[in-house]
Design a protein. Structure first.
Ligand code: HEC
Length: 120
């Protein structure tokens, strides 16, 4: 019995070490990526996730929907406000933009604006 437990512990230790070895570089990359952008709020980053379904990961669209990656904070904020108010014609963006406060729009625009600048 004690032998089995010891063996299990060893297996556990090896598994955890292996997991840590494989996940930490990826984790470190993620942390440094978000950590370097002190200006971007986590709330903006969270809200921006709702755009990925249509505009692609990081706003890089592979399909018919325009990419929003690489566009400036100012451009994105203006576009979203215009969609929200109806000044800019749209199929879905007007409906989508109406769900966000002006502050949310600012944070989302800031997130994508900073994202484009960082990796350009
Ligand atoms: C349901 C799919 C969908 C979602 C979700 C979505 N979009 Fe869009 N977006 C579109 C489509 C389609 C267009 C083209 C305009 C239209 O017909 O509504 C567009 C256009 C845009 C444009 C104009 C692009 C340009 O080149 O001028 C911006 C900016 C934009 N979206 C930002 C966002 C942001 C930011 C979010 C997340 C808060 C978002 N979109 C979420 C579908 C979507």
């Amino acid at each position: 019995m004690p032998l089995t437990n010891k063996h299990l512990l060893t297996v556990c230790f090896i598994t955890v070490s292996a997991l840590m070895a494989t996940t930490s570089p990826a984790l470190a990359g993620k942390i440094s990526r978000t950590g370097s952008s002190a200006k971007v709020s986590p709330r903006g980053q969270m809200l921006a996730l709702s755009c990925s379904g249509c505009h692609g990961p990081d706003g890089k669209s592979a399909g018919i929907i325009p990419s929003i990656y690489g566009k400036s904070t100012e451009y994105l904020e203006t576009a979203l406000r215009e969609f929200k108010s109806g000044v800019r014609a749209s199929t879905v963006m007007g409906r989508h933009a109406k769900g966000y406060s002006d502050e949310d729009i600012h944070l989302i625009a800031e997130y994508f604006g900073a994202l484009g600048k960082k990796t350009r």
